[in-house]
Every structure is written in structure tokens, then in C-alpha cells.
Design a protein around this ligand. Structure first.
Ligand code: MN
Length: 283
């Protein structure tokens, strides 16, 4: 199942080259409780809603994939978790250019720990990335996004993938500099997720997905999730030792080599095998 939020927060089921509006699936979900319970409402209720979504899709209004505005496929995560230095060749390029890649953070993933990005930074691909500090170096980091579907704390590695609702393309955008990582990676629009969420049952092996990013048609990043140092289950288990994972929480699982700067007017083209392609404009 491929789910998206599009236009003015319509819920869509993606089928081949079109999207069916299935917003009515949320009619009996209490969307207006205050204060809202933690966790994304759609993902908290997804198991129950799946048959309803599939039924509504048969008659829902159809839109061409190219005719809609894609928002983030997760509306309200409680947190966006970032995994640093998770591909060996990215570590090598960062160590070779300490002027650009701050030397503030040293050591292995376990020595550095995970980091958090503000949820207010989250956008979908059609919203684009808006640079706040165009005179500084702003980099793309192309990553596999893992979306949690089931609440958990102290999750065992052997159970970890059962907590995954699905996968999406993630861009962990960053302005380079000496400040704390979460500060530089939490600028509005610096967390892109999209264009849709592919449910975990459709991805046979998330640890073997080719992915790439090009800027204005020039290939910058190309790798495979099999080159992760800390695999997805290990990341989920480790994160859940520190904080409860809630439905909708997003893990940006680290970037490969080829990280580089973007400028206003650029278009980033992202692809992950089995998930999607998406274009993201830089403003
Ligand atoms: Mn990253």
C-alpha cells in the first residue's frame, strides 16, 4: 500500500500513475481531541483503516500523480531521528574535508549518538526546500526514511522491523557550520519526506535498496542501503532504549558519499528502488 497526503491534506492511495482520494477513511477517527495523544493518528490506526482505505479507493476521486502537490506522508510525528555517519564512504569524505564537515563530532556512531531534527522542519517534496542562509554551505543528504507504525520502548533487535509501518525517501538537509547538529538540521523545510509511504509488506528487504540523488541532472549520490554501518533494526532498537517510539516517528537512516551543496534554483531528483522517485526544488 502506498499512502500520501496531497493538496490541502487529502489522504491518497497511490495506484500506478494515479492517486485515489480516500480522505473519508478518517471519518470515524477522532481527529480533534485536545491535547492530541502522542503519535500520528493515521499511523496509529493504520491496521484498522487499511481495508477501509482499499474499499474507498475503488470509487475515490482520481488524480494523476503529476497533478497533485505532495505533502509529507507523515502528518504529525513526535520526533525525527537522525543517524549520523552511517556509511563508511561518507565518513571518509567528511574526514577529508573537515573545513566543510565540522570536526565537532568525532568517533563512531555509538560514541556520537543519534540526533533529533525539529518536527517543524518537516515538509513534503512539493513544498521544496527554502534556504535560510544562502551564503553558507547548504547540503543535501539523501537517505532512506523509516516510519514507525507501532509504539515501543526497549525494542529488541529481533522485533524491531515489526515496529516499522513503511518507508519513504528522506532528505536530511543541513547548513554546515560549528553549531550543534540539531540546530543546523532543524531549519524550516530541512526535513523532506515523500512522496508517499510504502508499507513495509511491500519492501521485501529494506537492507538492499539502491538509491540515488542528482542535482540539475548531475548524479551526486548513489549507493545502497546494504552499506549501512548500523542496520535498520539496530537503529530502531538503540533509539528505543532512549525514547519511546510512537507511530509516525521518522528515522533518517544516514547518508552515503557524495554529499554536496545546493543553491536556490536547483532541483534535487531522488530515487529509492521499490519506493519512488521525487523532485524537490531549492528556493
Ligand atoms: Mn543525515
Amino acid at each position: 500500500m502506498r499512502l500520501c497526503w496531497f493538496n490541502d491534506f487529502r489522504l491518497g492511495l497511490v495506484r500506478e500513475d494515479h492517486i485515489r482520494d480516500v480522505t473519508r477513511a478518517l471519518e470515524d477517527v477522532d481527529r480533534y481531541t485536545y491535547p492530541a495523544q502522542k503519535g500520528d493518528l493515521l499511523l496509529s490506526n493504520l491496521d484498522r483503516l487499511r481495508p477501509i482505505i482499499n474499499r474507498l479507493a475503488d470509487t475515490g476521486v482520481a488524480h494523476g500523480i503529476r497533478d497533485v502537490r505532495f505533502l509529507s506522508p507523515v502528518a504529525q510525528p513526535t520526533k525525527i531521528i537522525g543517524t549520523p555517519v552511517n556509511y563508511l564512504k561518507h565518513i571518509e569524505e567528511a574526514q577529508a574535508d573537515l573545513k566543510a564537515f565540522t570536526s565537532r563530532y568525532q568517533g563512531s556512531i555509538h560514541e556520537q549518538g543519534l540526533f533529533l531534527k525539529a518536527v517543524s522542519a518537516l515538509v513534503g517534496p512539493s513544498e521544496g526546500v527554502t534556504l535560510r542562509f544562502p551564503d553558507r554551505r547548504n547540503d543535501h543528504e539523501m537517505e532512506l526514511g523509516v516510519i514507525i507504525g507501532r509504539k515501543g520502548s526497549n525494542i529488541a533487535e529481533s522485533d524491531a522491523l515489526e515496529h516499522v509501518a513503511g518507508y519513504a525517501i528522506a532528505l536530511d538537509m543541513v547548513v554546515r557550520g560549528s553549531e550543534d547538529r540539531s540546530f543546523r538540521k532543524s531549519i524550516d523545510s530541512y526535513a523532506v519526506l515523500g512522496p508517499w509511504l510504502v508499507t513495509a509488506d511491500e519492501i521485501a528487504d529494506p537492507s538492499n535498496l539502491a538509491f540515488s540523488l542528482s542535482v540539475n541532472g548531475t548524479l551526486r549520490q548513489a549507493s545502497n542501503t546494504k552499506f549501512m554501518i548500523l542496520n535498520i533494526a539496530e537503529q530502531i532498537s538503540w533509539a528505543s532504549q532512549f525514547y519511546t517510539l510512537w507511530p509516525g516517528d521518522i528515522i533518517m537512516t544516514g547518508t552515503c558519499e557524495g554529499v554536496g551543496p545546493v543553491h536556490p534554483g536547483d532541483v534535487m531528483h531522488c530515487e529509492i528502488e521499490g519506493i519512488a522517485t521525487m523532485d524537490v526544488a531549492v528556493n
